[in-house]
Ligand binder design. Structure first.
Ligand SMILES: C[S@@+](CC[C@H](N)C(=O)[O-])C[C@H]1O[C@@H](n2cnc3c(N)ncnc32)[C@H](O)[C@@H]1O
Length: 219
C-alpha cells in the first residue's frame, strides 16, 4: 500500500492520520507529558512497526440486523493475530480535558484517555485511523478479544494508546483460545462507564458525567 493510500472503506470527509495530532490549545506541560517516557510505560511500539494503513485489519461496513452496530462499521482481522500482540496505534486529536478547553471540546464516543492525571485525551471522531472502528463486545460476543493499552512509541518518542490482542489467560480467555482468528471482529470493552453514561443520556441525565469511554479493560 502506498504511503498516502487510505484504508479500504475509509469514510469520506474524515482525515486519515498516520500519527497523532495535537490541539493547539494543549499546554506545554501536557505536550511534555505526551513526549516523556515514564518508568511504568513498559509496553513499546517498536521502531520498525509499519506506519500508515495496517495490513492486519480491515474496516468492514456492518450489514447484519443482529449486530448492535448494524449500519455502522467494525474492524476485522485480515489474518490470525497472536495473543498479546500489538495490532495498531489509536490516533486522533490529542486535546485537553481540563477547563476551559474541555468545555469547548464536546466529549465524543471516540474519546479515549491518554493521561488522566494530565487531563489529556485523544478524540478520533473527526480524524483518526482504523482503530476508531473498534466496537465494544457487548451484544456481539461473550467477551472482548483485544484491549487498549498505554504505550511508548519508539518511532516518534511519544506516549500513545494502542490496540493489543488480549493475552491468553486474561479476561476469562482460556489458554487454549489463542488470539484473534482471520476474519474475526476486533472487540474491546468500552467499560461500564461508557454504557452507563449513555443510559443516563437516554434518560436526559448525561450532563456533567465523567468521561467514560474505554476507561477500563474489564467488562
Ligand atoms: C468508537 S465508535 C466504533 C465504530 C463505529 N461502529 C463506527 O462505525 O464509527 C463507537 C460507536 O460504535 C457503536 N458501537 C460500538 N460497539 C457497540 C455495541 N457493542 N453495541 C452498540 N453500539 C456499539 C456505538 O454507536 C458507539 O457510539
Amino acid at each position: 500500500m502506498g504511503k498516502d493510500a487510505l484504508p479500504k472503506n475509509w469514510p469520506a470527509g474524515i482525515p486519515y492520520l498516520s500519527g497523532p495530532s495535537y490541539a493547539p490549545h494543549i499546554t506545554k506541560s501536557q505536550y511534555q507529558v505526551a513526549k516523556t517516557k515514564t518508568l511504568d510505560l513498559v509496553t513499546e511500539i517498536p521502531r520498525d512497526f509499519p506506519r500508515g494503513p495496517s495490513s492486519l485489519v480491515r474496516i468492514v461496513p456492518i450489514r447484519d440486523p443482529s449486530h448492535p452496530a448494524d449500519g455502522q462499521a467494525g474492524l476485522f482481522a485480515t489474518k490470525h493475530l497472536s495473543p498479546g500482540s500489538l495490532i495498531l496505534p489509536y490516533y486522533g486529536l490529542a486535546h485537553s480535558s481540563v477547563p476551559p478547553h474541555s468545555l469547548a471540546h464536546e466529549q465524543s464516543d471516540y474519546d479515549l484517555w491518554l493521561d488522566r492525571d494530565a487531563g489529556l485525551a485523544v478524540d478520533a471522531e473527526k480524524a483518526g485511523n482504523e482503530a476508531r472502528f473498534v466496537n465494544d463486545f457487548r451484544g456481539v460476543a461473550t467477551r472482548p478479544n483485544c484491549e487498549f493499552r498505554e504505550c511508548w512509541d519508539l518511532r516518534r518518542g511519544e506516549r500513545c494508546m494502542a490496540v493489543f490482542v488480549l493475552p491468553a489467560g486474561k479476561n476469562g480467555i482460556k489458554k487454549a483460545v489463542v488470539g484473534i482468528g482471520k476474519g474475526e471482529e476486533l472487540l474491546v470493552s468500552y467499560g461500564k462507564g461508557f454504557w452507563g453514561k449513555r443510559r443516563h443520556e437516554g434518560e436526559g441525565e448525561g450532563e456533567g458525567e465523567d468521561r467514560g469511554i474505554y476507561e477500563g479493560h474489564n467488562p
